[in-house]
Design a protein around this ligand. Structure first.
Ligand code: PMP
Length: 400
């Protein structure tokens, strides 16, 4: 029997990144490719305690189907934390009823695509942007318009040019904090201008904030949801980088008009996020020092950022530039104009080191001379050795 796949699948640009990155799973390769948190940050003792307690105290609830919007105990704990952190910065009071629990923020991206997009609609995003978001939206076959960015994030004037002339824009997707892949933060000034423009054109914004809590230094910059008089921001937070990605728990804050639409799609996607992990996370948030745990993670990641940046300074050729992120998991390397990070990848693999070539983060412009490095996962000596190998690959590539 001939297997016939859907037209959408056939039409997907289909990243060739998968096979490329599969090579990096070999044990002798030092991989800076994934976005994995360090396993020693998982609070296993505490998570084991809550796993037992949840089963003892609310076993039936934990093992039963739950509401598609999520377990109210978790929605309440998330609303409390967001209100505590962001109301003083100007956010309206988030009602737990406006929080939808999702099975990883990746699911939130998928649902958002399904809620908004017809084929040929436009998603506006930063240049570069998170490749997983592109992968989720691609199922609806949208077009992308990348807005140029600099060290302070998206350039507001460029955004306004697009919004004032393109009536196919359905929503804007941005990662204002320690962006994936660039590691950059949108400045407060830029956030204000961005939200002024968005409010003027009344375009919904997906504020993806997996890294906001992973701040190594500097003052916290208010998220977009704190500057949102018309409630256009669909805020997305996740436990993946602060607790454990294996729990597959994240949330979205949605206004009253959007919430039922998202709920409809969520219900038909997986009925609900697992009842058991939701209860575990809620109990963890209420009974343990979540913020203290996050501060410990930040110490480790800030240290690893330093190890990687110092090694880069020491070993990389001087015409290769890279960002210095103040949080998050990634830094972003820019090769001289005309270089191709995919060609460099072969040199890197020969030397048993890997990264993610940058073109996948540019859905429209496919720029070739960038790549992304993760600094959270590997131990210090592995980071140092990997950067040395990468420097060697760079020198060989640039000399050819
Ligand atoms: N958004 C961004 C910007 C990410 O970097 C990631 C994970 N790499 C996700 C969403 C998905 O995270 P999760 O589904 O684990 O919440």
């Amino acid at each position: 029997m001939a297997i016939r796949f859907s037209d959408v699948l056939a039409s997907m640009k289909g990243s060739d990144l998968g096979p490329l990155l599969a090579l990096t799973a070999q044990p002798d390769i030092i991989s800076f490719a994934g976005g994995l948190p360090a396993p020693q940050t998982f609070p296993l003792k505490e998570l084991t305690e809550v796993a037992i307690k949840v089963r003892e105290e609310d076993g039936a609830g934990a093992m039963q189907y739950g509401p598609s919007l999520g377990f109210m105990g978790l929605r309440q704990a998330i609303a409390d934390r967001m209100n505590r952190m962001y109301q003083p910065m100007g956010m309206y009071k988030v009602d737990p009823k406006n929080i939808m629990i999702v099975t990883g923020s990746q699911q939130g991206l998928d649902i958002t695509g399904r809620v908004f997009l017809n084929k040929g609609d436009v998603v506006v995003c930063e240049s570069p942007t998170y490749l997983g978001a592109i992968g989720a939206f691609d199922f609806e076959q949208p077009n992308y318009v990348e807005i140029p960015t600099d060290d302070d994030g998206i350039i507001p004037e460029e955004l306004e040019k697009v919004l004032s002339t393109n009536d196919k824009v359905k929503f804007i997707y941005v990662i204002p904090n320690y962006q994936n892949p660039s590691g950059r933060c949108m400045s407060l000034e830029r956030r204000k201008k961005f939200m002024e423009i968005v409010t003027k054109y009344e375009i919904p914004v997906f504020e993806d904030n997996p890294y906001g809590d992973l701040r190594f230094e500097g003052e916290e910059i208010a998220p977009l949801i704190t500057m949102d008089p018309k409630h256009l921001v669909m805020y997305s937070g996740t436990f993946s980088k602060t607790l454990a990605p294996g729990m597959r728990l994240a949330w979205m804050v949605l206004n009253d008009e959007l919430l039922p639409k998202f709920d409809l799609v969520k219900g038909s996607t997986d009925l609900a996020t697992p009842s058991v992990t939701q209860r575990e996370a809620a109990m963890y948030m209420t009974n343990y020092d979540f913020d203290g745990h996050i501060r410990e993670n930040c110490k480790l990641y800030g240290h690893r950022r330093d190890v990687m940046c110092n090694a880069i300074k020491k070993y990389f050729p001087s015409d290769v530039k890279c960002t210095y992120p103040h949080g998050g998991l990634f830094l972003w390397v820019e090769l001289p104009e005309g270089c191709n990070a995919r060609d460099l990848f072969k040199y890197a693999l020969e030397r048993k080191v890997a990264y993610v070539p940058g073109d996948s983060f540019f859905p429209q412009t496919k720029k070739k001379n960038y790549f992304r490095l993760n600094f959270s996962y590997n131990d210090d000596d592995v980071i140092e050795e990997g950067v040395k190998r990468l420097a060697d690959a760079l020198k060989a590539y640039l000399a050819d």
